[in-house]
Structure formats: structure tokens, C-alpha cells
Write a protein that binds this ligand. Structure first.
Ligand SMILES: Cc1cc2nc3c(=O)[nH]c(=O)nc-3n(C[C@H](O)[C@H](O)[C@H](O)COP(=O)(O)OP(=O)(O)OC[C@H]3O[C@@H](n4cnc5c(N)ncnc54)[C@H](O)[C@@H]3O)c2cc1C
Length: 413
């Protein structure tokens, strides 16, 4: 009897694990096998440690995680829904030119949820462990060779694995992308994001706070234990100085930057720096290979959307593979994979351009500030525009394949 097709997923970050879980627990689970490869073993989430890596997940991402049965586990363990978002530029977070997004205005319970990376990966890993046709393997890839009917991956430790199709979710420095020669365009921002958790004298009010500063945006994201996660993008030289500074020195400058929005910032955890870049693959597909997540596109974190875009990719490629299986097609055929590329590339490119543009706009000199302020006042005063922005950020205005995917899952339930 012919073997079922094998989907090789390279990268057990959230995007790789999510696409594996969608396939291994989806409508065609009994018609395929899924093998996930990562250079490192999965992290194990522990309630007593707070992972410095957190993501603001949209409603569309939450729905995907519900579909694979992990959202409840995540929400019960530790997650922080945020109901409002306040965006401002000058010294006063409540100035008339600040923008206040409120989930109540669009009839939603929240605008998103802050979740730890290690918790997401632990929960997705457990979901995969419960799926008999899914396997996780530790191994770093050395080469990728596409043949007429299969793709072969050689591993650094000497072994090799074969699949019908390879989904590359191996991050912004994707080895698969390099090995199969898929070109990219992009640039380094000369900015580094400092990430840490902070305690404050006033409540975060379940609000995500974002101040645009000349050197880059500062975000304060509410955590379930009352603290906030900081994502502070700065010129790299400044960031390196602050990464090396004492806690007191760092908190002094952070307090000046946050301008008292949530009172005095009193303590911080270990600081980690992430150099920032914009990157987009000119093509997402090659024979038997598709790129997804940061391997296909890496965006500025100012809008907290990189992971959300990657999860939309995961939903789109899983839907395309399932449709191909149901139609009796070869799931690694380039014409099948290109359906995914057509579905996602335009949306990803548009979002990348918006985030890039926003970062440039707020980096312009002070002489432009009155114009920016006028623009922000206009957004604040125009309810339909605010509504549209909130719906876009929640992923409620998502692409075609994702809507199809959700409805197909619902109709099977
Ligand atoms: C400071 C900061 C804050 C952010 N905040 C948000 C946010 O709030 N919301 C949001 O949506 N997005 C956010 N993002 C973006 C988000 O972090 C990324 O978009 C997301 O992590 C991409 O996930 P991924 O699974 O595609 O890649 P990754 O998370 O990079 O995972 C790649 C995986 O591939 C493995 N791998 C790499 N090379 C190999 C190899 N050769 N062989 C085998 N395995 C390999 C790695 O070990 C890793 O497990 C933020 C980014 C930054 C920098």
C-alpha cells in the first residue's frame, strides 16, 4: 500500500508547531504524517518563571489556537487579555492628540491577549504529542534537495529525513530559504528592541500603552501578574548602552520615556536585546518547499503583528494542503504551493510596508511633529477609521483562505 504523504516542518517555533498541529489534528489527519524538526529541544513552560518573550496575539491567532485545542490550556495557565490600547507621542499620554482604542467600541471583549512564547510552544508540543501521526525530532538541517516526488533533508548529525513537502518555519535567518536559493529584499533598522518585564506604582489598567519616541517606539504590554512587558526600540548604540547599564540607570531613562503613563516604574527583570530588520522573500515557494512566518517576512515589532501574520500563513498553507489532499493532488507540487503564496504574499507585503512607514514617520524630525499630531487627532476623532484599525489588528479583516478555513472547521464541528 502507498505511504501517506509526509509534511516536513523545519522550525518548532510557534508558527512551525501551529501548522503541524493544524495538519495533525485537522480534517485530513488520517491521510498524512507530520514530522517537525528543530535544532533545539522544545522549551518547557514553568509557572514560576515568567518568559521574557511574550506576544500580543490577535483574535484570529486565538481562533487558530482554539481550533487545535490549545487555547484553553494557555488561557488557564497564564494569559493577559487587554481591553484598550493608548498610542501617543508627546510627554502626555492623555493629550488630545493621543489615540485611545477601546474593544467596547467594536463590541469585542478585548483587543488581543499577551501570551508567553514558552507557554505557547509547550501547549502546542503537548497537542502534537497526542496526535499519533505527528513526530518531533531534534536536528539541525545541513542540506535540502528537491526530487521529482520527494524532498530530502540531510542533518548536521549525519542522518537524513524525507518528505513530500517541506514547510520552512525556521525564522528570519532561515537556513532552508538560503539552501533552496529563495531571494529576499529588506534592510536592517539600525535599531535594537530591549525586552524586559517591569513593575509599576500604578495599574496598567488592562491597557497596551505605546509611545512613539524619535529613536523608536516604546510599548508597555499588560501582564497577568500586574507587571508590564516592555518592548523598547532604540538606535542600536543607545540600546547597547542601556543593556549594559545598571537597573537604576535603565529604570531612570525608562521612566523618562514612559512619561508616568502607569506611574513610576520601580523594578525590571533581565534585559534582552533583539536587533531589528525588515525582510521579505521575493518568492515564498520553490519545488516541494514553502516558506512561512519570519522565514518569509520579518516585520518591525511596533504593531506586535509578526507572529499574528505567521499564524495566518500557517492557517493558509494548512488549508491549501488539505484541499489538495481532498482533491487527490500531490501536496508538494509547485502549483499547489503557489495557491498559498498567492493568498498570503500581498497581505504580508502590505503590512510590512505599513509598519515600515510608521517607523519612518515617527523617526522624522521634530519640525514634522505638528503634522503628525494633526493626523493622530484626525484618527482619534474618526470612529470608522478607529474601528477599521482595531478590526485589522484583531485579524477580523483576515484573508480569504483563513475565513474559509475557520468556516470549514466550524461546519465539521
Ligand atoms: C522584540 C520583539 C517583540 C515582538 N512582539 C510581537 C508581538 O507582540 N506579537 C506578534 O505577533 N509578533 C511579535 N514579534 C514577532 C515574532 O517574534 C515573530 O514574528 C515570531 O517569533 C516568528 O515566529 P516563527 O515561528 O516564524 O520563527 P521563530 O520564532 O524564529 O522560530 C524559528 C525556529 O526555527 C528553528 N531553527 C532555526 N534554524 C534552524 C535550522 N537550521 N534547523 C532546524 N531548526 C532551526 C529555531 O530553533 C526556532 O525554534 C516580536 C518580535 C520582536 C523581535
Amino acid at each position: 500500500m502507498a505511504q501517506p504523504p509526509t509534511v516536513l516542518v523545519v522550525g518548532a517555533g510557534v508558527v512551525g508547531l501551529a501548522v503541524a498541529a493544524l495538519l495533525a489534528r485537522g480534517c485530513c489527519a488520517d491521510r498524512l504524517r507530520v514530522l517537525v524538526l528543530d535544532a533545539r529541544p522544545l522549551p518547557r513552560w514553568r509557572a514560576e518563571d515568567f518568559d521574557p518573550r511574550v506576544y500580543a496575539l490577535s483574535r484570529a491567532s486565538q481562533q487558530l489556537l482554539e481550533q487545535v485545542g490549545v487555547w484553553q490550556r494557555v488561557a488557564l495557565a497564564r494569559a493577559a487579555p487587554y481591553r484598550r490600547m493608548r498610542v501617543w507621542e508627546g510627554a502626555d499620554a492623555f493629550a488630545p492628540s493621543s489615540i485611545d482604542f477601546d474593544s467596547a467600541d467594536i463590541g469585542e471583549p478585548d483587543l488581543g491577549t499577551i501570551v508567553e512564547d514558552s507557554l505557547l510552544r509547550t501547549a502546542l508540543g503537548e497537542a502534537l504529542a497526542a496526535a499519533p501521526q505527528a513526530h518531533l525530532q531534534v536536528g539541525e538541517i545541513e542540506s535540502v534537495t528537491a526530487h521529482e516526488r520527494e524532498v530530502v533533508v540531510e542533518l548536521r548529525n549525519g542522518g537524513s529525513v524525507r518528505g513530500t513537502v517541506l514547510l520552512a518555519a525556521d525564522g528570519s535567518d532561515s537556513a532552508v530559504r538560503r539552501l533552496v536559493d529563495l531571494p529576499v529584499t529588506g534592510h536592517r533598522y539600525e535599531q535594537t528592541a530591549i525586552v524586559t518585564h517591569i513593575a509599576s506604582s500604578a495599574s496598567h489598567q488592562d491597557t497596551a500603552w505605546q509611545r512613539f519616541l524619535p529613536g523608536g517606539p516604546l510599548a508597555l504590554l499588560p501582564l497577568a501578574d500586574g507587571r508590564c512587558s516592555i518592548v523598547w526600540s532604540l538606535p542600536t548604540v543607545e540600546a547597547e548602552r542601556l543593556l549594559a547599564a545598571s537597573d537604576a540607570e535603565f529604570l531612570g531613562e525608562l521612566n523618562a520615556a514612559s512619561a508616568g503613563a502607569i506611574g513610576e516604574l520601580t523594578a525590571c527583570s533581565k534585559r534582552v536585546g533583539f536587533p531589528l530588520q525588515a525582510l521579505h522573500a521575493l518568492r515564498y515557494t520553490a519545488p516541494r518547499v514553502a516558506l512561512l512566518g519570519d522565514a518569509a517576512h520579518t516585520v518591525h515589532p511596533l504593531a506586535g503583528q509578526g507572529m499574528n501574520l505567521g499564524l495566518l500563513d500557517a492557517a493558509a498553507i494548512a488549508a491549501v494542503i488539505e484541499d489538495a489532499l481532498l482533491a487527490g493532488e500531490d501536496v508538494g507540487d509547485l502549483k499547489v504551493l503557489r495557491r498559498y503564496e498567492r493568498d498570503r504574499k500581498g497581505d504580508n507585503l502590505a503590512m510590512l510596508a505599513v509598519f515600515d512607514g510608521l517607523n519612518r514617520l515617527f523617526g522624522l524630525p521634530a519640525s514634522v511633529a505638528p503634522l503628525r499630531s494633526l493626523g493622530m487627532r484626525a484618527v482619534e476623532a474618526t470612529r470608522p477609521v478607529k474601528r477599521l484599525l482595531m478590526e485589522k489588528a484583531l485579524g477580523l479583516a483576515a484573508g480569504r483562505t483563513n475565513r474559509l478555513r475557520w468556516s470549514r472547521a466550524e461546519s465539521q464541528a
